[in-house]
Design a protein around this ligand. Sequence first.
Ligand SMILES: [Zn+2]
Ligand SMILES: [Zn+2]
Length: 348
Amino acid sequence: MKTIGFAATSADTPLASFRFERRAVRPNDVAMEILYAGVCHSDLHQARNDWGWSQYPMVPGHEIVGRVIEVGSDVTGFKVGDIGAIGCMVDSCRDCDQCRKGWEQFCRKGNTQTYNDNDRIDGTRTHGGYSKHVVVREEFLLHVPATLDVSRAAPLLCAGITTYSPLRTWNVGPGSRVGVIGLGGLGHMAVKLASAMGAEVTVLSRSGDKQADALALGADRLLISTDAQAMAAADSSFDLIIDTVPVKHDLAPYMPLLDVDATLVIVGQIGPMAEPNTVPFVMGRRRIAGSPIGSIQETQEMLDFCGRKNILPEVEMIRMDEINAAFDRMERADVRYRFVIDMASLAA
Ligand SMILES: [Zn+2]
Ligand SMILES: [Zn+2]
């Protein structure tokens, strides 16, 4: 299938129009016309080879919502016209202990990433959502509840599940005391989701600038992390802190905020962190953990939860040819809170 998208052709050139082939639909595949694609901070990292494993040309995008245009002969869960969604993975070995448990994100052989990876069957490069069409195996395609506004749903597929999964893993529910560090794409979803689960939500920020936004998104309060007195008063007052800051930073100020046995989970920065002081870990049996996306089943559960509660990301719609400017703005954290590309703006 011939299609068109926007690709990075090297680490230091802007994304540009790119024609390429999608594979023909296999018996268990579904083909979609992409309607919307979210712009994740990791798209920028990968386009610029910040993690060192990029291959070019690369079509980024792992927050995809589209309409089904063709189904393979063995497909049972989707039909032409359905609205489907794809997140960060498009396949896994489906045979290892993790896959059998339904935790494809931890596949022992490595899951197949939606872009900048190789298809498990024919070895061709995978390409992401900054394009007109996509072909994916049925098991990795998700159903978008009819109640959700499709133009805003795409960021749920990475920002949404990445924050939903730790909230579920650490059993957040009514009365849980949840802190959220950083109020960007991930952080604003963490606030909305935790609040919808009934938690008492506090946004931790270096200044009070985001107070009104935090409250509007559903937080109960904003705690200024540079205010020593306020931080001391919040000692041992959280059950879970979700750290969404995407760059290297010091965790020391946050650890004493955790209650005994509580956890700070990192979902933003992938790489070195400042050297930790173990005193708060040892004295309060506190933990630092990390968490990637979520499983396919958990992602569907998250979409259904958002459908029931009408939880949607705050988005700014852009045209495909505005992507390079959007990357620049995202680097300056100048977006409330996620860019979404309207794929109708991409000429065929
Ligand atoms: Zn992402
Ligand atoms: Zn596996």
